[in-house]
Ligand binder design. Structure first.
Ligand code: FBP
Length: 550
């Protein structure tokens, strides 16, 4: 393998572990737990895994000899920096428990378990991937483990490999499925444990016990570096407004964190848009107003951050998208009729089939975006919101509004846009020290939960703003994070997604500052992630975490 000089040095980095995991580990169990909501329904659906206690690790007295454990690991969903360190943490953890323990990786995500595609992860392989970004050690995928035939295929595989446990590294949906799997194997008395690990750059898998999902720290540091560079460019050339869309399929944590780090002129937060029931027009007015005010001051430049999921949080757009999903659902008569039409007639035809309100919204959109909404559908027939160029939509609408203001002599400035979408740039970055340490600790925690025979738990490492040695490791019953939600027409038990809290400290601070950031040019340029150097530079957690835990 060809590796860079940095990667060579980085391979030598020994991730820090909490004190409780450095020697012998003692388990302490707390009181019985309850789910966050819908306790009765969740208890009925998970009779074997509901109500289990919280587990905390403490420093033990001495290591006793333990039986080897065989573990199968799965990477699920989008890449997030640090996944390789979770795997190396599991590997080192189970080898410390007993050198005869074995680790297998399922290839290409959860589908690898069902299709029986796997590889044994040896010390030689693991060493190549320590402290590196990406999920390429075994690959990832988005197959959902939801059906009994899949669970049975998994069990067959586990029996062949003599596995004690499966570890699912994923987001809220994958961890929900990990719990369903744990419950199923307990009901079947299959003797196969299932442990989850909290992953997603989106940062929306978090709660009282899971302070952060891994990858959020590194990804937001990468995006903030890029935003900072663009801000410096904007402030140098003074001729462009940069509209930057940032990943985060649903929640706006990434946008908020990047705003706290870089202080751009405009940051939209989807959760606020939904709460205030803002229309697309309201958002465009807000942005235009800032552009115009800056122009009055001679500043014909700026930077705006736009969360990827915004479109679905705008109430009128949400209704429009849902009507389009019904109208253009695969195999329906209306879809067939739509496909027969010549392209130039399609938008008018679609508008004629919608409610009056939605037709008006569709017609108010720039032609290109309206077409995107009718064309780009996922395999379930839904509009793929991540493919909609929200940054261009807003840029074009602001341009139109400013042109009208210019005609009415209410705007004398200049407005020229550049568009960007940052997402994939950050998902496979080499993990920051924080993510390298956090992920390795999560992996190590997982190995202890497995060796102690636990199932239906998610690995938890808390107290994350303290130095790593003071982090608190343990396990949280996954049922504790669940509530019932409507999914594809049915009520289902799912882990509650954490959206940006409008009464939370990070958002409140942002609100107290955004007026000033809008008009003054108070950009911060964070620069690239530093891996070697003083702790104040290299080991800082996210601003979000610092505010939340202050
Ligand atoms: P996960 O929720 O699986 O961690 O993925 C998050 C994410 O990076 C989103 O921010 C983004 O919308 C999506 O994945 C993109 O998915 P894909 O990699 O399939 O294009």
């Amino acid at each position: 393998m060809n590796i860079s000089a940095l990667q060579k040095e980085r391979a030598k980095y020994q991730p820090k572990l909490p004190k409780s995991l450095r020697g012998a580990v003692k388990l302490t169990e707390g009181a019985k737990t309850e789910s966050v909501a819908d306790q009765k329904e969740i208890a009925e659906l998970f009779p074997n895994t509901y109500g289990m206690p919280l587990i905390t690790f403490k420093e033990g007295d001495k290591d006793s000899s333990k039986k080897p454990v065989n573990v199968g690991v799965i990477l699920s969903g989008g890449q997030a920096p640090g996944g390789h360190n979770v795997i190396s943490g599991i590997f080192d953890g189970i080898k410390k428990i007993n050198p005869k323990s074995k680790l297998y990786g399922f290839l290409g995500g959860p589908g690898g378990l069902v299709d029986h595609k796997y590889m044994e992860l040896t010390a030689e392989i693991i060493d190549e991937y320590r402290n590196t970004g990406g999920f390429d050690i075994i690959g990832s995928g988005r197959t959902k483990l939801e059906e009994e035939w899949q669970f049975d295929k998994g069990l067959e595989m586990a029996r062949d490999l003599n596995l004690n446990a499966l570890v699912i590294i994923g987001g809220d949906d994958s961890n929900t499925n990990a719990c369903v799997l744990a419950e199923y194997y307990l009901q079947k008395k299959a003797g196969l444990q299932v442990i989850g690990c909290p992953k997603t750059i989106d940062g929306d898998l978090k709660n009282e016990m899971i302070e952060a999902s891994f990858g959020f720290d590194t990804a937001t540091k990468v995006y903030s570096e890029l935003i900072g560079n663009i801000q410096r460019d904007a402030n140098s050339a003074k001729k462009y407004w940069h509209f930057i869309k940032l990943m985060g399929r649903s929640a706006s944590h990434i946008s908020l964190e990047c705003a706290l780090k870089t202080q751009p002129n405009i940051t939209l937060i989807s959760e606020e848009v939904a709460e205030k029931q803002q229309t697309l027009g309201d958002i465009v007015d807000y942005m235009t107003c800032i552009v115009a005010q800056r122009a009055e001051d001679g500043k014909n430049f700026g930077v705006a951050l736009i969360p990827e999921g915004l479109i679905e949080f705008i109430p009128e757009m949400k209704i429009l998208i849902s009507e389009l999903n019904d109208l253009l659902a695969e195999g329906t008569e209306t879809e067939k009729e739509f496909k027969m039409l010549k392209k130039i007639h399609r938008i008018n035809w679609v508008a004629s089939q919608l409610t009056k309100e939605s037709a008006k919204v569709l017609k108010s959109l720039p032609q290109g975006i309206a077409t995107q909404l009718t064309l780009d559908r996922d395999p379930h027939g839904n509009v793929q919101v991540s493919l909609i160029d929200t940054e261009k939509l807003l840029g074009e609408m602001v341009t139109e509004k400013l042109a009208a203001m210019k005609k009415a002599e209410k705007f004398a400035g200049k407005f020229s846009t550049q568009y960007h979408f940052f997402g994939y740039e950050g998902r496979c970055a080499a993990p920051s020290n924080f993510d390298a340490d956090y992920c390795y600790s999560l992996g190590y925690t997982t190995s202890v939960l497995v060796s102690e025979g636990k199932t239906g738990y998610m690995a938890s490492v808390r107290n994350l703003t303290a130095p790593a040695e003071k982090w608190i490791a343990g396990g949280v019953p996954i049922t504790m994070m669940m509530n019932m939600e409507r999914r594809q027409g049915h009520m289902k038990p799912v882990i509650q997604k954490a959206l940006v809290e409008l009464d939370g400290a990070p958002f409140k601070y942002f609100v107290s500052k955004r007026g000033e950031w809008a008009l003054e040019t108070s950009y911060v340029y964070p620069g690239p992630i530093q891996y070697f150097g003083p702790t104040e530079v290299c080991d800082q957690p996210t601003e979000t975490l610092k505010f939340e835990r202050a």
